[in-house]
Design a protein around this ligand. Sequence first.
Ligand SMILES: Cc1cc2nc3c(=O)[nH]c(=O)nc-3n(C[C@H](O)[C@H](O)[C@H](O)COP(=O)(O)OP(=O)(O)OC[C@H]3O[C@@H](n4cnc5c(N)ncnc54)[C@H](O)[C@@H]3O)c2cc1C
Length: 481
Amino acid sequence: MTIEHLPLLILGAGPTGLGAALRLLELDRQSFRLIDTEPTAGGLAASFVDARGFTWDLGGHVQFSHYQAFDRYMELALGREGWITHQRESWIWMRERFVPYPFQYNLHRLPGPEMWQCVQGLMAAAEGSAEGRPADFEQWILKTFGQGIADIFLLPYNFKVWAYPPAMMNAHWVGERVAVPDLRTVLKSICLGEDNPSWGPNNTFRFPLRGGTGAIWSRLAARIPRQNKHFGDGIVALDAAHRQVTTASGARFGYDRLISTIPLDRLCQLISDPDLIEQTDRLKYSSVHVVGIGLRGQPPEALRTKCWMYFPEDDCPFYRVTVFSNYSPNNVPEPGATWSLMAEVSESSCKAVDEQSVVEDVIRGMRATRLIDEQDAIISRWHRRLHHGYPTPSVERDAILREVLPALEARDIYSRGRFGAWKYEVSNQDHSLMQGVEIAERLVNGREELTLLRPDLVNGRFNTWPYPEWKEAGRPTPTAA
Ligand SMILES: Cc1cc2nc3c(=O)[nH]c(=O)nc-3n(C[C@H](O)[C@H](O)[C@H](O)COP(=O)(O)OP(=O)(O)OC[C@H]3O[C@@H](n4cnc5c(N)ncnc54)[C@H](O)[C@@H]3O)c2cc1C
């Protein structure tokens, strides 16, 4: 059998692989192949239409863009008109009531004794905050928020999302993701009984008008010429010594350099290197069950404007539910006469889920948390299990990545993206696409990959294009994007 040889192969046509492919084309490098197991692009950011005509994402996808370049790719995908803009309205369901997010600034909604428990903890945390660095995520929560908020909300909620106890997670990934409380704002909200929601005039997000989140990625994939794509036929073997991959159908490709966006542990299994397998087996991840419930009628008043809700308590299996019909009327088959809820349930070796009963368990949970009632007519049930759902920022993660990623690069294999680089803090759609763009820029122009190497920098600002650090490095500035 002939082996086609290419300067560059890209494994995986999710946002990272697509970012790499699009940037290579813009840099006038046409000799590459983008390979995916699935017949269509998008990976974890793909969308699906069920038998009853409801559209589902693989979990509620909301865009938080940190990059000017990412915004430009979004416009290339859907133009200016292909979006609906929403207020980012998120809530927490607990103690039989909705509390606006963020929790710490809306404590007045809690029963008095629990409000006091939270305030006591916050005051103790404020007094003790100077002492040493937290060793793990649980310690970080306790040091930052105190015992009250930790016990009432953050520890149970984080176990529900991550499916690992926070003590098994590191504290470095948090960065911008949790608002460190300002005691004045906390006390003002309690004394005046005022809500302090995170949404407001400047806190909006946009969502595709049609086709769910996946529409973005299928439109971007359509910009890549047919001869560069090899879809519906994934890699089943990788000979790193001879730089060759074999697909399920038996096709073989040789490469000079390989960009891989498939999960890092799977990549190392394909390479069959015992040392890399041993190391990456210790990386933690959680699976996610996405359960879509399509309903006849209209959402109840309490859900009319809500985007998503968090569920820290054990009266339901899910940690988050999105009112997906609120994101676009086209997410349901009969706008105005049908609506939809999408729940996410996490699973890991520390948190079992019964796959056979999860859909019914979710429906029971939706009733227990009053999202739906007995009279609501359910007309569609949709379920997907994402084997690799969340790359857990575990205590041992960074030491493993420091060994494995350079060992792969020594073989000209560049592992990037949500599970390729395993860095949760830079694993959203914007980060993933830009990890792809940046590895293309590195391989072609020798530029530094800021997203992979400096997560705090890219997450702490809006990143103009080209990056100021690249201009300072004195090379010619990139043209497109
Ligand atoms: C529950 C959930 C909620 C999320 N919410 C948000 C959100 O609100 N906002 C946001 O921005 N992001 C969100 N994300 C993250 C978003 O989905 C990711 O950022 C993005 O999909 C990662 O892109 P990727 O290309 O790195 O990986 P993936 O999307 O995982 O793509 C990897 C690709 O590799 C392919 N592949 C795997 N094995 C092989 C093989 N052997 N051969 C060939 N191809 C292979 C897969 O088919 C897949 O297409 C969420 C993710 C999940 C799971």
